[in-house]
Design a protein around this ligand. Structure first.
Ligand code: NAD
Ligand code: UFG
Length: 344
């Protein structure tokens, strides 16, 4: 069995990746999650969908001793995917030290364990936020990174740098930073998806909750951007596509296909979709009209950002397969299952 440790395995992207990893009977998945933004039920959902369980430790990655014990108990871990982080941009502005402490200390601890326990392959959840204010589209991996707009964004920028400095002296580890664009959607089964514990700020959970009546009305943040319909353009990517990319990135490292010991790869669909187009796609697949108004811009939003995804295709043989309607249909199926108590 190939042992893969994932941090944040009960989170949104981690749980979908666990399902994909578990579909390979040769892989054992060990998750470390302190459930600060998720619930233990997610581990059960993963097991139900995958047909076998991941081993989940309720441990804080910032607790070095407890983390080391997980490595001691599971010798021979071959790869680590580090998802665990706090991720709310607005909250990070209000609680910067908490964000730096959680996101950076957890990264330092997991890298330390990778070195000590001779884990050769490491994948980091980064974000297109590292590109900051964009001058040129689409965004390639050569696009320079810019000063971060929030403490959260800075934890990704600094996190990438910490890994670079670490890889330069590491005896064992090779790494990839995967820079996600906008992950959305849910598992095709409708049994796993995003279920924010706190008030959702991201577009797709706001759409599905508005459609469910949990939020009275959606506000489109800005109708005066220099885009085809005035609303912001983003590169939405189906969470299952993202999960598949992690499996391919791990294989790529494990098969020694990387040219550099540390590489950066964008994970996006390569397509820009406006907020109004996303709403229309939802209305089409859900067969209902969404209650929305076009309001003021949200501070800190960039008008348009989407990826050049050719490097992921070239290096990993990966490209996004699911379009915006599939993303919306799966998110809606998941929301309805939550509403009806089919999923908990
Ligand atoms: P999520 O909050 O659903 O999952 C993160 C998981 O990590 C949660 O289950 C949480 O309980 C756990 N966690 C946080 N701190 C921890 C700690 N110190 N010890 C143990 N567990 C801890 O978030 P997600 O959307 O699945 O994001 C996963 C990763 O991808 C994060 O690093 C995030 O910054 C990054 N990312 C997400 C997006 C997005 O839009 N979802 C975009 C770009 C990058
Ligand atoms: N939007 C609305 N109304 C809403 C919510 C969102 O119009 O109620 C719009 C936003 O203005 C934006 C688009 O929908 O144009 C997408 O917004 P999200 O909040 O879903 O995503 P962002 O692109 O703002 O943020 C994402 C990640 C962050 C990351 C950031 C980097 O969620 O973690 O990209 O660009 F930092």
């Amino acid at each position: 069995m190939t042992k893969i440790l994932i941090t944040g395995g009960c989170g949104y992207i981690g749980s979908h990746t666990a399902i994909e990893l578990l579909s390979n009977p040769e892989i054992e998945v060990i998750s470390v999650d302190n459930l600060i933004n998720s619930s233990a039920q997610t581990a059960d959902r993963v097991g139900q969908i995958a047909g076998r369980n991941m081993k989940n430790y309720q441990v804080d990655v910032c607790d070095k001793e407890a983390l080391s014990e997980v490595f001691e108990e599971n010798p021979g871990i071959e790869g680590v995917i580090h998802f665990a982080a706090l991720k709310a941009v607005g909250e990070s502005v209000e609680q910067p030290l908490r964000y730096y402490q959680n996101n950076l200390l957890s990264l330092i601890n997991i890298l330390d364990c990778c070195e000590k326990y001779e884990v050769k392959n490491f994948i980091f959840s980064s974000s297109c936020t590292v590109y900051g204010e964009i001058d040129q589209l689409p965004v390639t991996e050569q696009t320079p990174t810019k000063e971060a707009a929030s403490p959260y964004g800075n934890t990704k920028l600094v996190g990438e740098r910490i890994i670079k400095d670490f890889i330069a002296i590491s005896e064992n580890v090779n790494a990839i930073a995967l820079r996600y664009f906008n992950p959305v959607g849910a598992h095709d089964s409708g049994l796993n998806g995003e279920d924010p514990i706190n008030k959702p700020n991201n577009l797709v959970p706001v759409i599905t909750r508005t459609a469910s009546g949990m939020i009275p009305q959606l506000t489109v943040f800005g109708g005066d951007y220099a885009t085809r319909d005035g609303s912001c353009v983003r590169d939405y990517i189906h969470v299952v596509d993202i999960a598949e990319a992690h499996v391919k990135a791990l294989e790529y490292l494990m098969e020694g296909k990387n040219e550099d010991r540390y590489e950066y790869i964008n994970l996006g669909s390569g397509n820009g979709v406006t907020v109004l187009e996303a709403i229309q796609a939802f209305e089409k697949v859900a067969g209902l009209e969404l209650n929305y108004v076009v309001g003021d811009r949200r501070p800190g939003d960039v008008g348009a950002i989407y990826s050049d995804s050719s490097l992921a295709k070239e290096k990993l043989g990966w490209e996004a397969r699911r379009g915006i309607e599939e993303m919306m249909a799966s998110a809606w199926k998941w929301q309805m299952n939550l509403n009806e108590g089919v999923a908990v």
